[in-house]
Design a protein around this ligand. Structure first.
Ligand code: PXP
Length: 240
């Protein structure tokens, strides 16, 4: 049976922490809990505006985590410097816009090509596995191969939206299926991420060449409901 790896994205633990300016809930604690419960890797996105994860989180997590840390970064000189210094085992290069709520699409591989090539080369020479977050289209897969990326992560946001809205998702699923097949033939390792829920992850898990799923927002949201009963009981014990 094929084994799909699960990368747990803990950005939104930091979102909750930052909403109150406290030092809890702790992203490090979440990362270690993910590790203890079978996650294959932990993902954090260090954004230019530091809206959730910050460099202190990155330093603490990389020091303690035994499973691979997957650092998501934009293709900028600042992030290159941080990544070279912190040496995460996995890196995923993502597009980033200041105004967006979340990563809205895949990388534009027609833009800033020379810097992107240099970035990939330097990160790989620094012993990080490099992935590019792209839309499920053949041209971008060919480019990712040409740029010598190790992996690509297919943006599943559009598919997940269609599934959530109970709309017909077959065309988008076919587009992803073709992209996965093409990428696999090129020798790229294929990952998937963005917007995944139990339902969409189940559907995509049937595509046999996807090796890794990176899941954050839904997983952290569900964890609230899984954890709330125990937390309420604990408070009731304290307050009795
Ligand atoms: N993969 C990448 C490259 C991302 O940028 C994100 C969002 O930060 C995710 C996966 C996780 O998406 P979600 O939080 O919607 O599960």
């Amino acid at each position: 049976m094929k084994r799909i790896r699960l990368g747990v994205n803990i950005d939104h633990v930091a979102t909750v922490r930052n909403a109150r300016g406290e030092d809890y809930p702790s992203p490090l604690r979440a990362a270690l809990l993910a590790e203890k419960n079978g996650a294959d890797s932990v993902t954090i996105h260090l954004r230019e505006d530091r809206r959730h994860i910050n460099e202190t989180d990155l330093k603490k997590i990389i020091k303690k985590l035994k499973i691979p840390l997957n650092l998501e970064i934009a293709a900028t000189k600042e992030m290159l410097k941080i990544a070279l210094r912190s040496k995460p085992p996995f890196i995923c290069i993502v597009p980033e816009k200041r105004q967006e709520i979340t990563t809205e699409g895949g990388l534009n591989l027609k833009y800033n090509i020379n810097f992107l090539r240099l970035l990939i080369k330097r990160l790989k020479n620094n012993n990080s596995r490099v992935s590019l977050f792209i839309e499920p289209n053949i041209k971008d897969l060919d480019k990712a191969k040409k740029f010598n990326a190790d992996c690509v992560e297919i943006h599943t946001g559009k598919l997940c939206n269609l599934i959530n809205q109970k709309k017909n998702f077959q065309n988008e699923l076919n587009r992803i299926r073709k992209a996965v097949l093409h990428g696999h033939k090129l020798g790229l390792e294929i990952h998937a991420g963005h917007g995944l829920t139990y339902t969409s992850a189940k559907i995509l898990s049937k595509l046999k060449d996807i090796k890794e799923f990176n899941i954050g927002h839904f997983l952290i949201g569900e964890s609230i409901f899984e954890g709330m009963p125990l937390t309420i009981k604990k408070f009731k014990r304290i307050l009795k």
